[in-house]
Design a protein around this ligand. Structure first.
Ligand code: B12
Ligand code: SF4
Length: 376
């Protein structure tokens, strides 16, 4: 690459840690948050000595200093709605990425989050504007129609962090989908807060195409919800979650509840509550996903609990653990060591119990773990 070539980077990781990215790389500038407003301006002013452009962090040429300009204002509802259709036509033929003849396309209906406070989530960053905005339901339905007619796709994945977070938007979307498509003609998958869903509207949502819904519940313990600043409505509790799962399944929607272990100050009692809620949900027939919390630099969690955060050789520990060894070797085989050498620097919150004790206590024995290759 020509040494004068300017390198501009964007996306969520550089947004969270612009200083690190600029210090550790050869990049000249980071665009924090959305790129649509800041990037064209930066390109226009690329030869200027100073880039006093909102949303841009940059290395001051010839100096060892990095400058962070104030946040840019995220696209307004109208600007978001007016974005052109995605230009999939300029990419190499898409067929090579598809399996089967019903490709799943990603659609963006909204950005940001109405809550924006969960301490582990990038939406809690103050490095960019994360307010919730949505394209108009009409535009989103038009996009789905276009993918359906152009690529024959009948299943869609919403990239939104908090799909349908506003009840009036969701109602309008449901009506428009029902007016545009026959029942069963298209389906979609979305992530929604449990308190953004009106259980009385589940059947209408299913009719509009909602097939699978993903909920970040994180824990079975209200204490942990407080630590994480989940901000659930006061009436939300274990019974509510189990009732919601049941009603979703009765309406023909597959619910997936996501949990995390390794929350700051999480006690054994909290973990008991999480594991028992997971068990109750799976007994009902709902799906769960569970993971160890990985604190991302730049999040509120990373700043507020820095004293509890420690390096974590996650794959090393899983690879060494007797219960996981079989699964790990069956997936990575002889290349496990090579894989471990390439791993980035993981971190975790100091846990209240070791992985081996966790596995033993909750009887997570080999065989009860789904091997990644079985998922595909
Ligand atoms: C789809 C998706 C995936 C798909 C990606 C499929 C694909 N082929 O694209 C899959 C399932 C593979 C995936 C995996 C993972 N994902 Co993911 N994913 C998403 C999701 C839901 C949508 C991404 C998207 O398309 N957004 C729409 C586009 C338009 O937005 P955008 O990418 O943010 O881009 C805007 C700006 O960031 C900026 N921008 C982005 N790139 C650039 C580049 C330049 C040069 C410029 C100037 C600007 C710029 O401008 C864009 C327009 O404004 C996001 C959540 C979200 N709502 O964004 C999570 C998200 C990005 N994923 C996340 C995570 C954690 C992961 C995993 C690490 C999960 C895991 N534990 O394995 C892996 C990592 C995979 C990897 N190797 O990188 C986190 C990242 C958090 C963080 N701290 O960085 C997110 C934000 C979800 C969340 N809320 O936690 N993911
Ligand atoms: S509700 Fe979801 S998207 Fe919003 S801040 Fe919390 S985790 Fe992030």
């Amino acid at each position: 690459m020509h040494p004068e070539t300017k390198i501009i980077i964007g996306g969520w990781m550089p947004t969270l840690i612009p200083e690190h990215v600029l210090r550790l790389s050869r990049c000249d500038a980071v665009i924090r948050g959305e790129g649509e407003r800041s990037l064209p301006e930066l390109v226009r002013r690329i030869d200027d000595k100073e880039w006093s452009i909102k949303g841009v962090s940059y290395r001051v040429p010839g100096q060892d200093s990095i400058k962070h300009n104030p946040n840019s204002i995220a696209l307004t509802q109208k600007e978001f709605d007016d974005l052109p259709m995605p230009r999939y036509d300029v990419l190499p033929p898409l067929g090579r990425y598809f399996r089967g003849d019903n490709p799943c396309f990603t659609v963006e209906a909204s950005r940001g989050c109405t809550h924006s406070k969960c301490i582990f989530c990038w939406n809690s960053t103050r490095n960019c504007d994360t307010r919730w905005r949505a394209k108009s339901p009409r535009r989103v339905v038009k996009e789905i129609r276009w993918f359906h007619d152009t690529y024959g796709s009948s299943i869609f994945f919403f990239a939104d962090d908090s799909f349908g977070a506003r009840a009036d938007w969701l109602s309008e979307f449901v009506s428009q989908m029902n007016a545009e498509f026959r029942p069963g003609e298209v389906g979609y998958v979305a992530s929604m807060r449990i308190d953004a869903l009106d259980v009385k509207k589940l059947r209408a949502l299913r009719r509009s195409g909602l097939r699978t819904v993903f909920h970040g519940v994180e824990s079975g313990s209200k204490e942990c919800w407080r630590t994480l600043a989940k901000g659930f409505d006061p009436e939300i509790n274990r019974q509510y979650i189990l009732g919601l799962a049941k009603k979703e399944m009765e309406a023909g929607i597959v619910p997936i509840f996501s949990f995390i272990a390794g929350i700051p100050n999480e006690t054994e009692k909290d973990l008991d509550e999480t594991v028992s809620l997971c068990r109750q949900l799976t007994d009902l027939g709902a799906l769960i996903t569970a993971q160890i919390l990985a604190p991302h630099q730049g999040t509120t969690l990373f700043k507020s609990y820095s004293d509890l955060i420690e390096p974590y050789d996650v794959y090393g520990e899983l690879g060494r653990s007797e219960s996981f060894q079989h699964e790990y070797y069956s997936v990575f085989g002889d290349r496990l060591k090579e894989f471990l050498d390439y791993l980035p620097d993981f971190k975790r919150v100091r846990p209240s119990m070791s992985l081996d004790r966790f596995i033993e206590k909750y009887s997570l024995l080999p065989g009860s773990i789904v091997k990644p290759r079985e998922l595909g």
